[in-house]
Design a protein around this ligand. Structure first.
Ligand SMILES: [Zn+2]
Ligand SMILES: [Zn+2]
Length: 410
């Protein structure tokens, strides 16, 4: 927060988990917006959001790869030496794949980050033997386990992390394991963390929640948007300091915390804003508000619930309080501009043209400057969000949390 670009030329904003709604004229991620195609990402990510790097997790689908290859052929993207593709405005696209694996009946998502399009093509061909429809994103890869995916990714020079690790749907800890290091079949075995390069926190969790699991201490945490539309690009993002240019190798060295490379901070949504933060009842819609863990609905005993991320972590944590390892960077909370009351498309457009991309408005712009463009109320919301003083109604059961107001200073 408040770093000036003249001091830290090599600090960059990187969002490593972004979907494509459409590619090569066909749907890719069914639940994603068709506006979120490669052209949309290239037009928006840097200019409007302020991102320096984007991991496109549908790069191994047939259409995603075709669009990326076409962009290179047209000169819109140029391969860079250390891996990745750079656009005319400096945005770096990192090819990646989100893969779903069956773990004892639980469907769990992993992201493989890849150096280049040949690696994406090679991994796509290998995965095609395991998936039903290679055009679609995040397909279940049958007869493949995490060790198999790690080996497959390593063969093409890629690295792997569990995606949105704590979410009840398709998160490693959220639905499949209480401890990843536990011996099989309960976990993946004590050497599991020699394989994964990081853990993705997911929208409903933050560092303080995840550091209640002692076994994650050695791993870097990544905070990524899992964007399904242009409006959610960068809603969670990593601030990285790299010695040298932003490229695949630099990101990997950053996650490995090599000398000269640093995860400066995670920026993520207020966990309470996430749609699976607390346990939610599928019968009456109530979001649990009692002390975590809540495993049922207070109003309707016996109803089906979706366990909240906070509740799940409270149930599986081996520490009552988070213990942050020395390498753990700070976690700064942010609320997407478009989720603030009073910030519609017109206000967003005015903020962007007057003050720069969203990340600059959220974290850098002066209150007076924001007020002059969008009014004093919006300026107060943005400042309160920076200071973690927003009053929120927690999300749960698939419904996002809401901003209710600004908390008074104690
Ligand atoms: Zn996923
Ligand atoms: Zn209920």
């Amino acid at each position: 927060m408040g770093e000036s670009s003249s001091v830290n030329q090599a600090e960059v904003w990187v969002d490593l988990h972004v979907h494509l709604g459409r590619a090569a004229g066909r749907p890719v991620k069914i639940s994603a917006s068709p506006a979120l195609d490669l052209a949309g990402v290239l037009a928006t990510a840097k200019a409007a959001v302020g991102l320096d790097g984007v991991g496109v997790v549908d790069a191994c689908t047939v259409g995603g790869l075709a669009d990326l290859r076409a962009a290179v052929a047209a000169g819109a993207l140029r391969p860079v030496a250390g891996g990745g593709l750079v656009a005319a405005d400096g945005l770096v696209i990192l090819p990646a794949a989100e893969v779903e694996l069956d773990m004892a009946g639980h469907r769990v998502h992993f992201v493989a980050l890849l150096p280049d399009l040949d690696a994406a093509s090679s991994l796509g061909q290998r995965l095609a033997r395991h998936v039903r429809n290679p055009w679609l994103s995040s397909q279940m890869a049958h007869d493949l386990d995490p060790a198999g995916l790690l080996a497959m990714a390593a063969t093409v020079g890629g690295v792997v992390w569990p995606a949105h690790a704590f979410t009840p749907h398709r998160g490693l800890y959220g639905c499949a394991v209480r401890s990843a290091a536990a011996p099989p079949p309960l976990g993946l075995g004590p050497r599991v963390f020699e394989g994964f390069i990081a853990v993705e926190l997911g929208l409903s969790a933050d560092t303080a929640m995840a550091d209640r699991l002692g076994e994650l201490a050695e791993l870097s945490f990544v905070s990524n948007s899992d964007a399904h539309g242009l409006a959610t690009l960068g809603r969670e993002v990593n601030r990285m300091r790299l010695r040298g240019p932003l490229d695949f190798t630099g990101v990997v060295r950053c996650l490995r915390r090599e000398a000269g490379f640093e995860m400066v901070a995670n920026y993520g949504m207020e966990p309470a804003m996430g749609k699976y933060h607390r346990t939610g009842c599928l019968r009456c819609g109530r979001t649990a508000d009692g002390p975590p863990p809540q495993a049922s609905c207070a109003d309707c005993p016996g109803s089906r619930v979706v366990t909240g991320v906070l509740d799940r972590l409270a149930a599986i944590a081996d520490r009552a309080e988070p213990q942050h390892p020395a390498h753990r960077p700070p976690y700064h909370r942010q609320v997407p501009l478009s989720s603030l009351p009073g910030v519609g498309p017109r206000t967003l457009g005015r903020l962007r043209s007057a003050l720069g991309p969203d990340l600059a408005v959220l974290h850098r712009a002066e209150a007076d400057a924001i007020a002059a463009v969008a009014g004093g109320t919006v300026a107060r919301w943005i400042l309160a969000a920076r200071q973690g003083r927003l009053r929120l109604q927690a999300g749960g059961g698939g419904t996002y949390g809401k901003v209710l107001g600004v908390a008074r200073l104690a």
